[in-house]
Design a protein around this ligand. Structure first.
Ligand SMILES: Nc1ncnc2c1ncn2[C@@H]1O[C@H](COP(=O)(O)OP(=O)(O)OP(=O)(O)O)[C@@H](O)[C@H]1O
Ligand SMILES: [Mg+2]
Length: 268
């Protein structure tokens, strides 16, 4: 049974972010993380967010996830396939695992909370544990895992929920290059099969161009979307000249993004 595509086969919901401004209060005054930030990811689309460190990528993802309260602007996520609120799953930059639960327990927890039967939760969790290459580690506890392994548990946990919207914050940052390539390929396949809507944050321009049907290039802080690029099939083929050309173009854009410094954006 291919459990990776059991989500309803209608495209996931569209995500619209409009004119977001966000300031964090700090000891040194207000830090403006985002300014006039807008983007749209169509239903079933794969949107990648690239930008310099500190430009507000995680803040934007947390806003879409509803984890940070909106200050101004709008975020709209269309309803899920059955008209109910869209089901979201988040993979955090630092995987937040339950330290007292095993790998398997971490993944079945959310499934049981969604009223999945015990046998089905176990089967589904095992499927995704295998998928991220942790087959032998179901019984391990988070402190027994490397950073990259813990990150993969976070990925398996999110995928196992078979959400309508998948929000991922640098999910492969701590994963070794070889595993990363496998996971990128799997992620592209799973999300396309299930027609999930994805918002994926990364530093890695090549990863963004390979994965994203939309690539949003952000400016330095306060972050906003400077360019929206929609790579075509040839540009997403890593072995093509078109891929090399497009990634070079995005690098160039990033090189000219003003880099966030300690004073810029601090409003005192
Ligand atoms: N909870 C917070 N309190 C105060 N300032 C914050 C908070 N979270 C983020 N910031 C500030 O907001 C800005 C944007 O942070 P954010 O984490 O969104 O950036 P990022 O683009 O995800 O960076 P990275 O690529 O390094 O993960 C940074 O200047 C950061 O210092
Ligand atoms: Mg971040």
């Amino acid at each position: 049974m291919d459990m990776s595509s059991t989500r309803a086969q209608e495209p996931g919901p569209e995500i619209r972010v409009r004119d977001i401004e966000l300031k964090y209060p700090t000891r040194h005054g207000m830090v403006q993380a985002l300014a006039a930030c807008s983007l749209t990811i169509p239903g079933g689309g794969f949107g990648c967010l690239v930008g310099p460190s500190g430009c507000g990528k995680s803040t934007l993802l947390d806003l879409v996830a509803g984890l940070v309260p909106l200050q101004s602007g709008r975020i709209e996520i269309d309803p899920g396939p059955s008209g109910t609120p869209a089901r979201l799953a988040v993979v955090f930059q630092r995987p937040a695992l339950f330290a007292w639960k095993t790998v398997l327990g971490n993944i079945t927890f959310g499934l049981r909370a969604r009223k999945l039967g015990r046998a089905e939760a176990l089967a589904r969790a095992s499927h995704y544990i295998d998928l991220v290459g942790l087959g032998g580690f179901s019984g391990a506890y988070p402190h027994e895992l490397s950073g990259g392994m813990a990150q993969r548990v976070g990925i398996a946990r999110a995928l196992a929920l078979q959400p309508d919207v998948l929000l991922m914050d640098e999910p492969f940052a701590a994963v070794d290059a070889q595993t990363r390539a496998v996971l990128q390929q799997e992620l592209r396949r799973i999300t396309a099969d299930a027609r999930m809507t994805v918002l994926f944050v990364t530093h890695d321009v090549g990863e963004a161009v390979y994965l994203g049907d939309s690539v949003f290039v952000m400016s330095g802080r306060p972050g906003s979307v400077r360019r929206h690029i929609q790579p075509d099939a040839a540009q997403r083929d890593r072995s093509s000249d078109a891929f090399a050309q497009l990634t070079a173009e995005v690098f160039d854009l990033l090189a000219h993004a003003p880099s966030p410094d300690s004073s810029k954006g601090v409003l005192s």
